[in-house]
Design a protein around this ligand. Structure first.
Ligand code: ATP
Ligand code: MG
Length: 553
């Protein structure tokens, strides 16, 4: 891929490690928990991990950190893989799973017990919390901390055999209950959970904690640079403790960077799941969701998402990134690459009284104003057309540069017309406008020197096609919907979706293939819906408007 190597502090570390020979090859990994769909924050992590490997001739693993079976599922595993591929990245070798290492992790747990470095603790969760102390107060030793190795080995084996109930006992590391870093206060290594696992079925009735699994998985896989987000910084001493006290060969080093938090956006799988479960959106891939699948369905492109991830850089700061930067990257990509088309969202009929009933002109126009490689399209021009109702007024002041009675306007890619008369129904609603063409104005100004005031889009009423157009906008109307005590459900934008059931599109657009993106002239960027679009029943989603209406409004 042509992306420049991410020039950031992580790249500097990798460059030094390669130059000094500390590592011969860079091996990174992206380690999602399959408990939801990937979101824009994960896209950042993916671009960092895969990007570093790509830029340095290394490899990046995809490993599912599946230590929490109740919340995980095959649906998520499949979706995550599809999303990574769609973003344009390829993981090294087969998909990996933390669960494939469960036996090794268990053997290491036994090893820690044998070395006197782990013990079975019978404190209830409430008691354990009490013994743990606080940030300012040291913890206290569990009354079970000094069990003999033999007793611990026996209890651990019986725990594995399913003899004890959930919550009855845990395995803990024996480190230091007075450590200032609470993560080192005899952390839990294993919990009893009698649930079946999507990969290992009913093989296990106890599962390792994320903390016990994560670093060792990296060691097993020979990960050289274990990159994660800042909230794991305080866990690093624990991961290093495990590596020092276990007979592992690999020595991954962990580096942290700041999470991506775009404004107007939520990046927590738990909260995104709530939006899905509560029916606020249509699913994880609803075009309003900041999920990779949602952005895809919305018409965002992999190139634009990757560009954005590059643009914002990778730092150790945890600040908020203006979501307008993401939208800018999308607009820029689509402006450069999307074929143009005309769509009328709010149709008003125009009858060109001078234009013969049976006449048809097939105007050949460029698919893109400065991309000859994208070819041309055919626009049928006929006596009856639709224009947008907002583009006509019987009377208007000089600022209104569209069609006005007695005045002229250019139909985009076609003739200049002049409006003569409005047709109204019994209730006084305008049902049609009668107008006439100004001859000789295809690609030319009127010979009489009276120039049109503006340019509007149009679609032939007899040759255009009806379409459903889904107008999406930001899902939240608050800059930081889940900051602090904010109840994000209170900030759902009531106008995040408006469906236009009978828009009119130029006929070439009906032939769009699913997921093809367009600029509908004067309206914005749109995409043929991934699932619902067909030539017989065209469905388009608005990706984004032509301009940012949030910041300047
Ligand atoms: P969530 O809070 O949404 O559940 P998570 O961190 O629990 O996110 P994981 O599946 O564990 O989700 O994440 C996989 C990787 O993606 C981790 O290395 C994590 O640090 C990274 N990641 C998650 N969210 C972000 C984010 N907002 N910005 C950058 N990286 C992220
Ligand atoms: Mg996590």
């Amino acid at each position: 891929m042509e992306d420049s190597p991410a020039s950031n502090f992580l790249q500097n570390i990798v460059s030094e490690d390669l130059a000094s020979g500390r590592v011969a090859e860079v091996v990174t990994r992206f380690p999602p928990e399959p408990n939801g769909y990937l979101h824009i924050g994960h896209a950042k992590s993916i671009s960092v991990n895969f990007g570093l490997a790509e830029a340095n001739g290394g490899r990046c693993h995809l490993r599912f950190d599946d230590t929490n079976p109740e919340k995980e599922s095959q649906e998520y595993i499949d979706a995550i893989q599809a999303d990574i591929r769609w973003l344009g990245y390829t993981w090294d070798g087969e998909v990996r799973y933390a669960s494939a290492y469960f036996q090794q992790l268990y053997d290491w747990a036994v090893y820690l017990v044998e070395q006197g470095n782990a013990y079975i603790c019978d404190l209830s969760p409430e008691e354990a919390r009490e013994y743990r102390g606080t940030l300012t107060e040291s913890g206290r030793n569990s009354p079970h901390r000094d069990r003999s190795v033999e007793e611990n080995l026996d209890l651990l084996a019986r725990m594995k055999a399913g003899e004890f109930d959930e919550g009855a006992r845990v395995l803990r590391a024996k480190i230091d209950m007075s450590a200032p870093n609470v993560n080192l206060r005899d952390p839990i290594l294993y919990r009893i959970r009698k649930v079946s696992h999507h990969q290992t079925g009913t093989d296990w009735v106890m599962y390792p904690t994320y903390d016990f699994a994560h670093g060792q998985e990296d060691a097993i896989e020979g990960i050289t640079h274990s990159i994660c987000t800042l909230e794991f910084e305080d866990h690093r001493p624990l991961y290093d403790w495990f590596l020092e006290h276990l007979p592992v060969t690999g020595r991954p080093r962990q580096y942290e960077f700041g999470r991506l938090n775009p404004s107007y956006t939520i990046t927590s799988k738990r909260k995104l799941k709530q939006l899905v479960d509560d029916g606020v959106v249509g699913g994880w891939d609803d075009p309003r969701m900041p999920t990779v699948a949602g952005m895809r369905r919305r018409g965002y492109t992999p190139a634009a998402i990757r560009k954005f991830c590059d643009m914002i850089g990778t730092t150790r700061g945890d600040g908020v990134v203006d979501v307008a930067m993401l939208e800018f990257a999308i607009r820029e990509d689509l402006n450069d690459n999307a074929v143009r088309g005309m769509c009328v969202l709010n149709p008003l009929k125009v009858v060109l009284t001078d234009y013969p009933q049976d006449k048809l002109e097939e105007l050949s126009v460029a698919a893109h104003p400065n991309r000859d490689d994208l070819g041309s399209r055919v626009l049928p021009f006929t006596r009856e057309l639709f224009i947008d109702a907002d583009d006509f007024r019987a009377e208007a002041n000089k600022k209104y540069k569209r069609l006005v009675l007695g005045k002229r306007v250019r139909l985009r890619n076609a003739y200049v017309i002049e409006a003569d008369e409005v047709i109204v129904d019994d209730e006084g609603n305008i049902t049609a406008v009668h107008a006439h063409t100004i001859p000789g104005t295809l690609g030319e100004n009127p010979a009489d020197g009276i120039k049109p005031k503006g340019v509007i889009q149009w679609v032939s009423a007899s040759h255009g096609k009806r379409a459903e157009v889904r107008l999406y906008d930001r899902l939240f109307n608050h800059e930081a919907p889940d900051k602090g005590d904010n109840a994000f459900m209170d900030y759902i934008n009531p106008d995040s979706l408006n469906v236009v059931h009978a828009a009119w599109i130029e006929p070439s657009l009906a032939a769009a293939v699913a997921e093809q993106g367009f600029q509908f002239e004067r309206e914005g960027y749109f995409v043929a819906d991934r699932y619902d679009h067909s030539p017989d029943k065209p469905v388009f989603n608005r990706t984004i408007g032509l301009r940012d209406t949030w910041n300047n409004g």
